[in-house]
Design a protein around this ligand. Structure first.
Ligand SMILES: C[S@@+](CC[C@H](N)C(=O)[O-])C[C@H]1O[C@@H](n2cnc3c(N)ncnc32)[C@H](O)[C@@H]1O
Length: 230
């Protein structure tokens, strides 16, 4: 396993402490490092799941509230869930119109079937168990509910893959280390190694009880949006 990656027994505590450390500059670096594409991808996730005023959205790993705020702007009722207190404090400080709950995304203190939409942006690679997060999403969703997962990805074509690897593995840690936390911005690209390949990830989503699974490649393959129905 890559050197900056914690092994499963320590992963949750290490990831939580890391996001607490980088919370103050998280939004700035997100915008900078994705050339503001991150917000476009979140809006697309909400559009493709047709989020609107009739919805109850649970945003797992809501962080500083980017997705929660965009979902709330559609008129939906939003509950943002995250285990890092300082990320949630960032969301509160921004005045995000969502109920913010400090909890693990694999054990959310909400009733079964209480959501119509579950969103989770850039969280999969951070959890100890991806199937655990998917099963919890399925539990939270009422039948027919929609799931939208955003995550990093790697382009399929060799040249794009090379350019992407250079940016993700060299430029991101350098800029992140300069403006925020060196260890954290080394972990962020390395943590892509926790992601299963496309076939296995789609199979995990199906195994958790989802159908109509669709994968959208974003940013030339730098990110992926997975949409499914409960
Ligand atoms: C890369 S950030 C993404 C934040 C936000 N979704 C966004 O799009 O900007 C990952 C977030 O997931 C949270 N997280 C990671 N593992 C978690 C878990 N097991 N339970 C709850 N939150 C978790 C982290 O604290 C962090 O805020």
């Amino acid at each position: 396993m890559t050197r900056s990656l914690p092994a499963p027994p320590d992963k949750a505590a290490v990831v939580q402490a890391m996001f607490d450390r980088i919370a103050p500059r998280y939004d700035l670096l997100n915008r900078l490092l994705t050339f503001r594409l991150d917000q476009r991808w979140r809006r697309l996730a909400l559009r493709l799941t047709a989020v609107g005023p009739a919805d109850v959205v649970v945003d797992i790993g809501c962080g500083t509230g980017d997705m929660s705020a965009l979902a709330a702007a559609t008129g939906a009722r939003v509950i943002g869930v995250d285990f890092a207190a300082r990320m949630l404090a960032g969301a509160r400080a921004r005045g995000v119109s969502a109920a913010l709950v400090r909890a693990d995304g694999t054990a959310v203190p909400l009733r079964t079937g209480s959501a119509t939409v579950v969103t989770s942006a850039f969280v999969l690679r951070n959890v100890v168990s991806i199937p655990g997060l998917l099963e919890e999403s399925a539990r939270l969703l009422a039948p027919g509910g929609r799931l939208a997962l955003l995550e990093v990805d790697a382009p399929r074509w060799a040249l794009a893959r090379w350019g992407h690897a250079l940016y993700f593995n060299r430029v991101v840690p350098a800029i992140g280390g300069l403006l925020s936390d060196r260890t954290a911005y080394r972990y962020l690209p390395d943590s892509a190694a926790y992601l299963p390949d496309e076939r296995r990830l789609l199979a995990m989503i199906a195994a958790a009880g989802f159908t109509g699974i669709a994968k959208h490649r974003l940013g030339g393959g730098a990110a992926q949006l997975l949409i499914a129905r409960r």
